[in-house]
Design a protein around this ligand. Structure first.
Ligand code: 8YV
Length: 328
């Protein structure tokens, strides 16, 4: 009798995704609210051919060595800095991510965080809820202009481009960007975006949005030196990954008003947040929710499930990251 492959769902997902996977696999689920330690994850992965992970599960050489049956890790995220991809390739383990389905939703949120930060939405709400609103005044929570101001984007992949289109077409913002590689003239025209070097981006942006992947090269891409080059009136928005911004340096810059405000959806060492960020008023803090609408999170989970089914059942994953494993 042919035995069905066993898989682990490492973080609770929607019931219809579990049911879909149960049609093909022996499925071990994880209860809602549970996050496995590395040791627990290794334990649960024994005998498993596949695992559905989130960005929170680290897949490295030590885990791979301890889980010899593992063939695929399907990330429920477009970012995959939780994967040591070279180690996975060396171990013959396929990695997949969940691109495209979250692009527009995440761009919406980037814009929401930019608006909330520039226009001081949460800061003013805290003031109101605390009963501090005694009278209206002309400069009460006066913020920064969004429409017509210059948007800088660091990292110009699919999400960066979707944000640029919103800014240029909806808000009449001149858009400048910096990226490892320059967009084609067609894409630059569609986004109405102008390529500049990083120093010019920092110097000219009224609002600087970070949408680049995290890697050793982008670690602390925005630290004290970069913050010092920004306008004192500028806002900084990070919807990319914790670790791209030096959170301690940012807290100092915000407290000393060396930049006006920041909006952060991701943090170094999250879900922990640097304590100094919790005490400065001019920062909007959200718990890594940029892709969090139910339709988008559902599409991401289904794409991760389709990668497991596509690879383990049909030999054809949908969005492979290291397709050289397939050839081998
Ligand atoms: C995920 C994200 O929801 O896709 C990404 O890279 O950061 C988010 O959309 C999160 O990583 C959970 O996996």
């Amino acid at each position: 009798m042919n035995q069905r492959p066993s898989i682990l769902i490492a973080r609770a997902v929607f019931p219809d995704v579990v049911e879909k996977l149960q049609q093909h696999f022996e499925v071990e689920t994880t209860p809602a609210g549970v996050v496995w330690s590395s040791a627990e994850l290794v334990q649960r992965l024994q005998g498993k051919a596949g695992v559905l992970t989130t960005g929170g599960e680290r897949i490295d050489a030590a885990l791979l060595a301890a889980c010899p049956h593992l063939k695929i890790v399907a990330n429920l995220a477009v970012g995959y800095n939780n994967f040591d991809l070279p180690a996975m390739t060396a171990a013959g383990v396929l990695g997949t991510n969940a691109p495209d389905v979250l692009t527009e939703t995440t761009a919406d949120f980037g814009f929401a965080l930019l608006m909330a930060t520039a226009r001081r939405v949460t800061e003013s709400e805290r003031f109101l809820r605390a009963g501090q609103w005694k009278e209206w005044s002309l400069d009460l929570f006066a913020g920064a202009e969004v429409h017509g101001s210059t948007l800088g984007i660091l990292g110009m992949g699919r999400i960066g481009q979707a944000i640029a289109r919103r800014a240029a077409h909806g808000f009449g913002m001149p858009v400048i960007y910096h990226n490892r590689s320059r967009l084609t003239p067609e894409l630059e025209a569609a986004c109405k975006a102008t390529y500049v070097d990083k120093a010019e981006l920092l110097r000219r942006a009224d609002h600087l949005l970070l949408v680049l992947p995290y890697s050793a090269a982008s670690h602390h891409a925005i630290g004290a030196a970069e913050l010092a080059q920004m306008k004192p009136t500028a806002t900084l928005i990070n919807i990319a990954r914790g670790g791209i911004v030096d959170d301690a340096a940012l807290a100092v810059a915000l407290r000393e008003r060396r930049i006006a405000a920041a909006g952060l959806d991701v943090f170094e060492g999250e879900p922990r947040v640097h304590p100094d960020l919790l005490t400065v008023p001019n920062v909007v803090l959200t718990p890594h929710i940029a892709s969090a609408t139910l339709p988008t999170r559902s599409a991401m989970a289904h794409l991760a499930a389709d990668n497991l089914i596509g690879f383990l059942v049909e030999g054809r994953p949908v969005t492979p990251l290291n397709p050289e494993v397939l050839a081998a």
